[in-house]
Write a protein that binds this ligand. Sequence first.
Ligand SMILES: *[C@@H]1O[C@H](CO)[C@@H](O)[C@H](O)[C@H]1NC(C)=O
Ligand SMILES: *[C@@H]1O[C@H](CO)[C@@H](O)[C@H](O)[C@H]1NC(C)=O
Ligand SMILES: *[C@@H]1O[C@H](CO)[C@@H](O)[C@H](O)[C@H]1NC(C)=O
Ligand SMILES: *[C@@H]1O[C@H](CO)[C@@H](O)[C@H](O)[C@H]1NC(C)=O
Length: 359
Amino acid sequence: MGPLDLLPLMVMSMCCCVHFASAWTVNNFLMTGPKAFLTYASSVQRGAQSGIHECKHQFAWERWNCPENTLQLSTHNGLRSATRETSFVHAISAAGVMYTLTKNCSMGDFDNCGCDDSRIGQTGGRGWIWGGCSDNVAFGEKISKQFVDALEGGHDSRAAVNLHNNEAGRLAIKATMRRACKCHGVSGSCSIQTCWMQLADFREVGNYLKMKYEHAKKLEMDKRPVRAGNSADNRGAIAHTFRSIARTELIYLEDSPDYCVKNQSLEYQGTEGRECLKGNKNMSQWERKSCRRLCYECGLRVVEKRIEVVSSCNCKFHWCCTVKCDRCTQVVTKYYCARRDGGRKPQNKTKRRHRGRRH
Ligand SMILES: *[C@@H]1O[C@H](CO)[C@@H](O)[C@H](O)[C@H]1NC(C)=O
Ligand SMILES: *[C@@H]1O[C@H](CO)[C@@H](O)[C@H](O)[C@H]1NC(C)=O
Ligand SMILES: *[C@@H]1O[C@H](CO)[C@@H](O)[C@H](O)[C@H]1NC(C)=O
Ligand SMILES: *[C@@H]1O[C@H](CO)[C@@H](O)[C@H](O)[C@H]1NC(C)=O
């Protein structure tokens, strides 16, 4: 069960004292009431999904290619690893939640929230004043914290790392915002402009965080055992370790496992069966090497599959106003990673176990 599947249970715990989610979350929302919780819950869920969706895009041609859902977001479910990859999942999910809530706010979806008008009318710079609808990131940030950060119940280093990465994700939203302006003045002379701050495309946030992922830092925690129960000491040590790291950077504790192979405890499928790309001159360097990275270097081979794709074609516009198209079938070739002994040469089955990574 994923943390966002917990949302209904959190609601339940508020009315029936089923103490399931962290007390922190519930207390947080008891202050504003279950109604506030329900107002935001579906947007939060949607935001987290958009984070995972962006993750899938960013990692489409990499061995690890994101969890199927928001399952790995939380430490509640026993998935306690804190790798470079989970750091990205935390950041992009927190960012997705903040982004969606902020957009909702600008669209007038919530009664108690609107554009950030705190600077309207003030001079912003040479030839422009603040105006329009600046996206209210402060609102998105606040609600995102209440929901996403509350999933980290513990006081240990993993919880601290997750919280740090959540924060880095939210900062990415702010870092990618930009000023948009509109011209005023006699017949578009643009002698004066009004400007506002608006969110970048979420894709840009994804690109930004992918870069942070590539430069993520491994945290060397003090390995001395901490006396059980003394969480104040523990937090002190963690805070000390964190002091040297910028809030915008992603951090992790453990090296990544071998993502070539299936790992049940991580609910990771391995690269067998994954699609890779071949033969298009237009591809980026990264895409061009996808078959090598996903298949060959993982001890797999590449199989070719021909797939019929039906699409509209030869469309003609008829006056007025219809468009008529033919249906064309096109055969496209796709490539997938498969086991070496799966096809052409039937081999001794005992070899199948040795499917390690090739060096
Ligand atoms: C928030 O925005 C998303 C799309 O960005 C939309 O699907 C959702 O319904 C909105 N939430 C509310 C409460 O209107
Ligand atoms: C699965 O991942 C865990 C955590 O990284 C690791 O300890 C374990 O050895 C892995 N198992 C396999 C079969 O690779
Ligand atoms: C190559 O990429 C450009 C821009 O990304 C695109 O417009 C064009 O259709 C592509 N060509 C092929 C053969 O895929
Ligand atoms: C597979 O190989 C093992 C020894 O490597 C042998 O004992 C076994 O008979 C072989 N099986 C088949 C089906 O060839």
